[in-house]
Design a protein around this ligand. Structure first.
Ligand code: ZN
Length: 135
């Protein structure tokens, strides 16, 4: 399991980490990695991971804007830390994702990219990367 750190620049936003997934695979090419999945896991309760379109940055903005409308920051939450909206958003998006790997390379769709989703930044985040072999 490899840990990688990422700095986020705003309270909410999506950071394209596809290059890190490709670097992770490239660094393991000597291990004979062929087919399987890279699991990317966020050990944080206010930071998620997802796969979505990376071609048009408006898609990322639309997702962030929609989530902020769906789960407003001041919704009368009880959690004293004041970031329950971020906790709810992580449960909606998910704390991990699997990226398919074929022949040692990512097999994402043409427009797909992997994103770290920050909901309570800016912060330094750690993500866990691991490879899972598949038949
Ligand atoms: Zn909290």
């Amino acid at each position: 399991m490899e840990q990688r750190r990422f700095g986020t620049a705003a309270r909410c936003g999506m950071t394209d980490i596809t290059g890190d997934v490709e670097q992770y695979l490239h660094a393991r090419a000597a291990d004979g990695i062929q087919d399987g999945f890279v699991c990317i896991y966020s050990p944080h309760t206010t930071c998620a991971v997802t796969i979505n379109e990376g071609f048009d940055p408006d898609v990322q903005r639309d997702i962030s804007t929609f989530l902020s409308k769906l789960v407003p920051e001041n919704s009368g939450f009880r959690h004293s830390e004041g970031n329950s909206d971020a906790h709810v958003k992580v449960s909606l998006i998910g704390a991990s994702c699997l990226v398919p790997v074929i022949g040692g390379r990512t097999a994402l769709g043409q427009w797909q990219r992997v994103f770290l989703c920050e909901f309570d930044g800016p912060r330094t985040r750690t993500l866990y990367f691991s490879f899972i072999r598949a038949e």
